[in-house]
Design a protein around this ligand. Structure first.
Ligand code: ZN
Length: 442
């Protein structure tokens, strides 16, 4: 990348009214109003009509679920009934449909201003052994950063779990694939495009043995751990009756209570649990939209942050959201947290969760902020739609008026969205192909 001055933005989430200078894919300089770059630049981009945010970071998703949105057998159900309705449907997923689902979810995320995502893929019916490889290929095609989390399920109905036999795998096979994925794809250090985390699905779909062995593997390979925890009261009761302990005690017993772990949801924690999470540096991905759709509960973000827990934001899977739009998730986060607490939860709080908070959950200090030395991952929003007319504070307007489509997105200094459209993707053809593939799941 040549050097570029993003000049005089309408507003920017940094102390840089004069804009930022980018060199070699990173942010090299922040400029005050009226200040010019200290060295000559190759190009200038006038950002006078743009509100500039750090590229958003999505820390929980299930891309494959875009194939089963508003599914007639699952709508209007709580988590366990919703899952029981969908497991047999999801068992029909193929490599081709996963590829389209991944491409569609990543494209949607990118168009909403996301530069980095993670995906929790735990569904490996027969024939889908290459799920992780497919996801990595699709992220590389779009030029997005992706943390693939190698999910797993190995506790089926016959052993007291929730999923049917058709969607679970053998423990040895899972662990072997985890090692293969880490070896092939896990990049380390600043600027990583692909990272790998290990992610047994949830207490009610995996064995304690698998949880414990994944924690050991993560330690050995220095990668992160991710799972669903404390999402519903049903899960809490399940843990107490199946394992004789709370979800957090379960986490500790399996070796997961540490700073390489981030949890999806993290709703039903006691005051004592929250202090323990903070002491051990476990991150929590808040999924406001999904939590409201499934009536799962309200994440205690304020207490978690006060205890030192990194809080990030995720859209969650597209059968419980049912979209992949993180800016929409930012707005939902503001609203549900205002209801949980009060008006002291601000638009800057929720934007912080979707950027630097999420980056911390993924264990990254090189993204999520507009600052010198960080990756040049930026999302540009214009305020030209009717919904913004009359808006005063430009950054607050994104959240309060409901921005959900970025005008431009840059990742590592490369433009990936221009004039609201992702580069290299025919969105109409993608819509048609994905829609056709999804008909097999009805
Ligand atoms: Zn989830």
């Amino acid at each position: 990348m040549r050097s570029l001055w993003i000049k005089n933005p309408l507003a920017i989430m940094a102390d840089a009214a004069g804009g930022v200078v980018l060199r070699k894919g990173c942010i090299a300089e922040l400029l005050k109003a009226g200040q010019r770059p200290s060295n000559p630049v190759d190009e200038e981009f006038d950002a006078g009509r743009h509100v500039v945010l750090p590229g958003l970071v999505n820390t929980h998703h299930h891309f494959y679920q875009t194939l089963t949105r508003s599914h007639p057998q699952a709508i209007n159900k709580k988590l366990f009934d919703w899952l029981r309705a969908l497991y047999p449907v999801w068992a029909r997923i193929t490599p081709e449909s996963l590829r389209l689902a991944t491409r569609l979810a990543l494209t949607e995320l990118l168009m909403s201003g996301v530069s980095t995502s993670s995906d929790h893929h735990y569904l490996f019916p027969a024939g889908l052994d290459d799920a992780m490889d497919i996801q990595v290929e699709e992220a590389q095609r779009l030029g997005m950063r992706l943390t693939v989390t190698r999910g797993a399920m190995n506790l089926s109905e016959k052993d007291g779990g929730l999923p049917p036999d058709s969607v679970v795998q053998d423990e040895d096979l899972i662990l072997e694939d985890c090692e293969r994925i880490i070896r092939h794809f896990h990049q380390r250090g600043d600027g990583a495009m692909i990272q790998v985390a290990l992610a047994p699905c949830s207490p009610f779909s995996v064995t304690k043995s698998l949880m414990t062995k994944c924690a050991g593997l993560a330690e050995q390979h220095d990668c992160r751990l991710h799972t669903h925890l404390a999402e519903t009261h049903d899960e809490d009761q399940y843990c107490r009756s199946m394992f004789g302990m709370s979800p957090l005690d379960y986490l500790e017993e399996t070796g997961w209570l540490g700073s390489r772990t981030w949890l999806a949801h993290g709703i039903h924690f006691s005051d004592g649990d929250i202090q323990r999470l903070g002491r051990h540096g476990v991150g929590v991905c808040h999924c406001p939209t999904s939590n409201m759709v499934l009536a799962s509960g309200q994440c205690r973000t304020r207490e978690l942050e006060a205890a030192g827990v990194p809080v990030g934001l995720g859209v969650d899977g597209s059968a419980s959201n049912d979209s992949s739009n993180l800016m929409e998730g930012v707005r939902h986060a503001l609203m549900i947290n205002r209801l949980t607490y009060d008006v002291s939860v601000t638009h800057m709080d929720v934007l912080r969760w979707a950027t630097v908070g999420s980056a911390r959950c993924l264990g990254r200090s090189d993204i999520g902020e507009i600052d010198v030395g960080k990756q040049a991952d930026l999302a540009f929003f214009s305020l030209e739609d009717l919904r913004f007319s009359g808006a005063g504070d430009p950054i607050a307007a994104l959240v309060l008026c409901g921005a959900h489509r970025a005008d431009r997105v840059m990742i590592g200094g490369e433009w990936r969205v221009l004039d609201g459209l992702p580069i290299g993707v025919d969105v109409y053809a993608l819509r048609a192909a994905h829609g056709a593939a999804a008909r097999a799941f009805l």
